[in-house]
Design a protein around this ligand. Structure first.
Ligand code: SDX
Length: 438
């Protein structure tokens, strides 16, 4: 097994596993930070056994040098850079470049990247038409999945997953058109005309205007809000092998094109236990408000697991400490509400929920802390987004991470088509029963 971290100088040692009479060595897969791996690829051949690990809580699907999380310490780094530094000093498109290409860009590289994206923000009229005929009440994540899949219909020259130039083009087209698509989805639901991007207006400012402008009115987010939105996108940009990223990798492992893989990630993210939680947090806080703001009674319901009640925006598969993103979002919420000059009762309720939870043994024992979703919805709402748009905004931020992880998988020589095994617990062989004997 691996050498305790304090004695890492010896390097990780292989594992040994004895199954019945058979003893096999499990070669070590050394990590530069966090847990080393034990390679089990010979397990089935040598022992006839498979591992069982629901939710992959102990199983690494790959090696990766993109994002590192230390759940116990509440650490998150993109390509080695701490999230706190990137949130304070970088921009979303610079972070997208870092995640996808592996290093911070030079001025020239970033200018070229931003200009290429700026040039491609438009969507063809027929594409707009496809979004315009969707029912107004369509769920925005269903609409987003349609839009991402439709990219393959309009840009077939960027579909080949094994052609680097095609992958680079698909990368730029997705990053460029995601804000336009999301603004259309919002306006379609609201019954407003779809607006066009403007060259040179800036990625986030373009998105804000296309989303919020009313016919005949200029519209933009005040700089403080545009900066807050850019920071929120950075915080969501990647998070190692979460549910939606693992989905993107699995679909891509069959050599499906980038659009099909990202659309699958959008579908996974829509789940309320994953990206749908930010919307569920607002609904939870509103329910507490509408029930007379009795936070203690609500917390009791959660602890008693009444009707499966969960504290949405709390808990995490990896973080057993405060999600570093949640701390940054919480500070940003104060700034945004001050910039808007508004008070939000739901923010006060969120703070009260957090204060109670962090002092309650039920949550402390289970290491349940606020995650990235706990405060984000309050900011998005203050900016004017309806709660139905919160998860598409999560997808907007996560897009560069999905792309980076898919590209890493596609170029990894050890990549095989993802095909997990199972432990069969059904009937033994039995013969067909003709009608007359049933
Ligand atoms: C995201 O993986 C990622 O990186 C995801 C993400 C990303 O950036 O991609 O960080 C984004 O998805 C954040 C998580 C958003 N989801 C929510 O906020 C929904 C609420 N949280 C939970 O559903 C839950 O915490 C999960 C799904 C996030 C994690 O679940 P696990 O790791 O499978 O934990 P578990 O369900 O096994 O819970 C362990 C215990 C259980 O209690 P006991 O059975 O031991 O008594 O903790 C309890 C659970 O009941 N518990 C909660 C709880 N989360 C876990 N109890 C109340 N409220 C909660 N939120």
């Amino acid at each position: 097994m691996t050498v305790p971290i304090g004695e890492r100088g010896l390097g990780p040692l292989p594992g040994h596993l004895t199954v019945g009479e058979e003893s096999i060595e499990l070669p070590s897969v050394p990590a530069t930070a966090g847990s080393d791996g034990l390679a089990i690829s010979s397990l089935l051949a040598k022992t006839g056994k498979v591992t069982v690990d629901p939710g992959f809580m102990n199983t690494a699907a790959c090696t990766s040098d993109i994002t590192f999380i230390d759940g116990a310490q509440g650490v998150l780094r993109y390509r080695g850079y701490p999230i706190e530094q990137l949130a304070a000093s970088s921009s979303f498109l610079e972070v997208a470049y870092l995640l996808i290409h592996g290093d911070l860009p030079t001025h020239h590289q970033l200018d070229e990247f931003v200009e290429r994206i700026d040039r491609h923000m438009y969507l063809p009229e027929d594409f707009r038409e496809i979004l315009s005929i969707q029912p107004r009440a369509s769920h925005p994540m269903a609409m987003l999945g349609v839009a991402i899949h439709t990219m393959a219909c309009f840009y077939p020259e960027s579909m080949d997953p094994l052609n680097p130039a095609a992958v680079d083009l698909a990368t730029v087209l997705l990053l460029a058109k995601m804000p336009t698509m999301i603004s259309y989805i919002h306006r379609r639901a609201a019954g407003y005309a779809l607006l066009y991007p403007r060259r040179g207006e800036g990625y986030v400012h373009n998105f804000a205007r296309m989303t919020f402008a009313r016919p005949g009115e200029a519209a933009d987010l005040p700089d403080a809000l545009a900066e807050a939105l850019d920071t929120l996108l950075i915080l969501h940009a990647d998070h190692e092998q979460n549910c939606s990223t693992s989905t993107v990798r699995l679909v891509g492992s069959a050599q499906a094109n980038l659009y099909a893989s990202i659309a699958a990630g959008v579908a996974a993210l829509s789940g309320p236990l994953h990206g749908g939680a930010n919307e569920a947090v607002l609904e939870m806080l509103a329910r507490i408000r509408d029930s007379g703001r009795d936070v203690p009674s609500f917390m009791t319901k959660v602890k008693d697991k009444q009707d499966g009640a969960k504290l949405m925006g709390f808990g995490h598969r990896v973080y057993k400490n405060y999600d570093p993103r949640a701390a940054i979002v919480k500070r940003s919420a104060d700034k945004v509400l001050a910039a808007l000059g508004v008070r939000d009762e739901l923010l006060d309720i969120a703070r009260e929920v957090e204060t109670i939870a962090l002092a309650d043994d039920y949550f402390i024992e289970r290491k349940l802390y606020p995650n990235v979703d706990f405060y984000t919805g309050i900011i998005y709402r203050a900016m004017g987004f309806p709660s139905s748009m919160f998860t598409p905004l999560f997808a907007f931020g996560r897009l560069p991470g999905w792309i980076a992880q898919w590209r890493e998988m596609m170029t990894d020589p050890t990549t095989r088509i993802g095909r997990p095994r199972q432990v069969y617990v059904g009937h033994a062989k039995r013969d067909f029963i003709p009608w007359e004997d049933r």
